[in-house]
Design a protein around this ligand. Structure first.
Ligand code: ADP
Ligand code: MG
Length: 312
């Protein structure tokens, strides 16, 4: 189908879409890296209506470190830093997408927008009592960022925050409307700004929501048909990182569920991706795929990545 009609495709971009392993992460590097997924997304925009979500791990870590460097300026809480990364990364995705659309002669026809998004979490989520998600830099012992909760690691301390489950995306109606109008929407950056309900309003909290779980939640709330997670490996592997490593072309839902329950997938990286795909399919999503950022188009054609298949 032409002109941005067609199925709704949600592409969740991993941190490596901006900073690759081994890079320091200069702005030039980040812009260069973004061309890889966005050239593909520009081409796909003829056939799909598209939502882009993205991670922010290294970027929010850097902002956190900058908080320590200037004593004259008050420290900003994490919710504000997440909002800042949504702005900075949203801008980088938009301008790269614009260039890629221009190369195809489509920049006049395609509309896109990035949206500050917040995501409601439960103040009683168990992760608030037991924060385990390390964020930002390693501080030498004399600079440990107390009174924040920290974890001791090699070389010093790292801050840890809660990683509560996403309950609902506050801007879901706006996002749905924009997609219906034909906009490519960039949203839920870094898993969204975590907020809890306070009376009729919201209040930001010190936490980081997993971007894959938030993306799956968004997919369900907006009625996405295809959920694709683009990362730095070709897909889901069995015996990952061992000589028996085997990347799967397809994985049955029942098999993925039992492998997940047995702890085969690393928590904080592959486990939430698998969980997000399973949630999306059990809600009624049409397709769920995990692939490398280079192979978004071929994964959609069934020629790369790992696709989850319903049993039966
Ligand atoms: P992203 O920034 O894209 O979310 P993550 O680092 O969170 O990336 O997750 C991708 C990583 O998951 C891969 O680089 C890989 O090291 C790790 N991983 C853990 N278990 C597996 C597995 N079973 N199959 C594939 N990758 C795995
Ligand atoms: Mg991740």
């Amino acid at each position: 189908m032409k002109d941005g009609r067609g199925e709704i495709l949600l592409v969740a971009l991993g941190g490596n879409a901006l900073i690759r392993k081994g890079q320091v992460g200069t702005i030039e590097e980040q812009f260069q890296n973004l061309k890889i997924p966005l050239a593909q997304i520009a081409r796909l925009s003829d056939n799909y209506r598209i939502i882009i979500t993205h991670g922010n791990g290294p970027q929010v870590g850097n902002l956190l470190l900058q908080q320590e460097c200037c004593k004259e300026v008050p420290r900003l809480p994490l919710e504000i830093l997440v909002a800042q990364t949504q702005g900075q990364i949203g801008y980088m995705i938009e301008s790269t997408l614009d260039t890629e659309l221009m190369k195809l002669g489509k920049d006049e026809k395609k509309l896109f927008v990035s949206l500050i998004s917040y995501v409601v979490v439960d103040p009683n989520d168990p992760s608030f009592r037991n924060p385990t998600k390390p964020i930002g830099p390693v501080y030498p012992p004399e600079m440990a960022p107390f009174p924040f909760p920290v974890v001791k690691t090699r070389g010093g301390y790292r801050r840890v925050v809660a990683s509560p489950r996403p309950i609902t995306i506050v801007e879901k109606r706006e996002i749905k409307k924009l997609v219906e109008m034909g906009f490519i929407v960039i949203c839920c950056g870094g898993g969204g700004i975590p907020v809890v309900r306070e009376g009729r309003g919201f209040c930001g909290v010190d936490a980081v929501i997993d971007k894959d779980l938030a993306s799956a939640r968004l997919g369900m709330e907006v009625g996405v048909e295809i959920f694709l997670i683009a990362t730095d490996v070709p897909g889901v592997a069995l015996h990952f990182g061992t000589p028996r490593e085997e990347f799967l072309k397809v994985i049955k839902v029942s098999e993925a569920m039992s492998l997940l329950a047995q702890g085969h997938f690393e928590s904080g990286s592959m486990a939430p991706k698998v969980e997000a795909c399973l949630e999306f399919l059990s809600w009624g999503g049409k397709r769920a795929i995990i692939c490398s950022v280079e192979e978004i188009e071929s994964a959609l054609e069934g020629k790369a990545g790992t696709e989850f298949l319903r049993d039966g």
